[in-house]
Design a protein around this ligand. Sequence first.
Ligand code: CA
Length: 276
Amino acid sequence: MRTTRLPCPSKSQIAEGSGHSTVDGVAVAGNRGGRILWSVPPAVLVVEDDALIASSLERALASRGYDVRSVGSVADAIASVESARTDLVLLDLGLPDGDGMDVAAHLTVHHPDVPIIVLTARAGEVDVVLGLEAGAVDYIVKPFRLAELFARVSAHLRMREVLAHGSIGASTSGVSLGDVTIDRAARRVTVAGSDVALRPKEFDLLERLARDAGIVVTREQLIEDIWDENWWGSTKTLDVHINSIRRKLGERAGAPSRITTIRGIGYRMERSSGPL
Ligand code: CA
């Protein structure tokens, strides 16, 4: 993922919730991996006193399926984490009744398992954030791209899941693209509700493509991820697996494909591949 920060800081950079942010007419891909099907949507608390930023973050996170709420002060933030389930906190530092670090300090003591992502406008604050003796504190410097925010939020929630359960569990177990549903925990794939029997490598390959749905995944990346980075066999194996997956998903010659071949580069799983 690119991490280039955009010039001209502006609230419009986070004022969008469809998964793509548009700044100065430039579309920035922000939706990776399609829609995640959570058994229970992770609860994200936004602590931000700027109402415009708070509502933009709320909309954006809600569009990704998170159960999001926002507060605008230190006192309300502490009251909120004490009264409702909180899986992750997005934390502004400059709050009307104190410093966001007071919220972080409270979480560190009382809810050390809740990851905190500090939204900071000043690079100088980064040292303060990193100095925290908390379990999972990260920071994003404003202005930031939605794609970067989503990636961090998702990464921290997954890490939390791994720490809690030893693996990626039910809360991150599925992805649905059109009529294709992939259940990672059960290693089960269905098309329009009917089970599809995939071999292990085929499942891994489909799951890998679905994770970056709408984006081309290069042949090299696929081989590295699914087989082995030192794998030196024929890359024909990749094409054979893709063709087998297509067949098993019920694709026919001449019909639009769920998995598009980008000649010489790689493959792209389409986001909204409907029934054929
Ligand atoms: Ca503020």
